[in-house]
Design a binder for this molecule. Structure first.
Ligand SMILES: N[C@@H](CCC(=O)N[C@@H](CS)C(=O)NCC(=O)O)C(=O)O
Length: 215
C-alpha cells in the first residue's frame, strides 16, 4: 500500500516521467507544480529537500528520491499493481531492462539531448552555458547514431522495448523521442509507430495534462 506520495516538478521531458509511472500504476499522489528556471527549485525549503535544486523529486514517507529514471524504477519495483508491472521479473529480462534504462538516460538524454539544451540557442540555455553550434549539431548527430540501437530492437516488430511488456524503459525512451522532435532532431521511421502507440496510452495523456498544468 503506497504511503503519501508527493511529486515535485512539472513542465519538462524529465518531470513527465514520474507522473506517467504514477498514472500507469494507478497511484494517487500530491503534485507540487514547481518548474525549472523559475527560481522555485532554489528556495530554502526546496534546497533542504533537494540540494541539487532540480526536479523531478519524489517523497514517499521519509524517503526523498531524485533522478527521474530512479524514481520510475523505484515506483515500479515498490508498487506493482495486481495486473500491471512496469519492470520485468526474470533475471535475464531484468538485466536487459537495466541496460535499456541506463542506455537511454546516459546516451540519449544526458550525452545528446541535454547537451543540446545546455548549448543551444533554440529553446536552450546557451545564455548560461555558452553558445556552441558545433557541439549542438554533433549532439544531434550522436543522438541519431545511438538511436540505431533502438531501431535494431524495434525492427523485429515488438510493441515495446522489452517485447510485450510495457516498462519504465518505454517511459524513458518515449520522453526522449518527444524531446528530440521538439528539438527538430528527426527520429527514425521505425521509432514513429512505437512513439505513436505510447503517447496514446491513457496514462501518458493524463501525465501530460498533469505535467503541463501549474495547479
Ligand atoms: N538527471 C536528472 C536531471 C534533472 C534536471 O536537470 N532537471 C532540470 C529540469 S529538466 C532542473 O530541474 N533544472 C533546475 C532548474 O532549472 O531550476 C533527472 O533525470 O531527473
Amino acid at each position: 500500500m503506497a504511503r503519501d506520495l508527493i511529486l515535485w516538478g512539472v513542465g519538462t521531458a524529465r518531470t513527465i516521467r514520474p507522473h506517467w509511472a504514477l498514472f500507469e500504476l494507478d497511484l494517487p499522489y500530491t503534485k507540487k507544480p514547481i518548474g525549472p528556471r523559475t527560481g522555485e527549485t532554489k528556495t530554502t525549503e526546496y534546497t533542504k529537500l533537494n540540494p541539487r535544486q532540480k526536479v523531478p523529486l519524489l517523497q514517499d514517507g521519509d524517503l526523498t528520491l531524485g533522478e527521474s529514471a530512479a524514481i520510475v524504477a523505484y515506483l515500479a519495483n515498490t508498487y506493482p499493481s495486481k495486473d500491471r508491472s512496469l519492470v520485468p521479473s526474470s533475471r535475464r529480462d531484468y538485466a536487459k531492462w537495466l541496460e535499456w534504462c541506463f542506455f537511454i538516460v546516459t546516451e540519449l538524454d544526458s550525452t545528446s539531448l541535454y547537451v543540446m539544451r545546455r548549448h543551444g540557442t533554440n529553446k536552450g540555455l546557451a545564455h548560461l552555458y555558452g553558445d556552441a553550434p558545433v557541439v549542438v549539431s554533433q549532439a544531434a548527430d550522436y543522438f541519431r547514431q545511438q538511436l540505431r540501437f533502438v531501431d535494431s530492437a524495434l525492427a523485429d516488430g515488438r510493441e515495446y522495448l522489452m517485447g510485450d511488456q510495457f516498462t519504465t524503459a518505454d517511459i524513458l525512451l518515449t520522453t526522449c523521442l518527444t524531446w528530440a522532435i521538439d528539438y527538430d532532431v528527426g527520429i527514425s521511421d521505425v521509432a514513429v509507430p512505437y512513439l505513436n502507440r505510447n503517447i496514446k496510452r491513457q496514462a501518458y495523456i493524463a501525465a501530460e495534462r498533469a505535467n503541463s498544468s501549474a495547479t
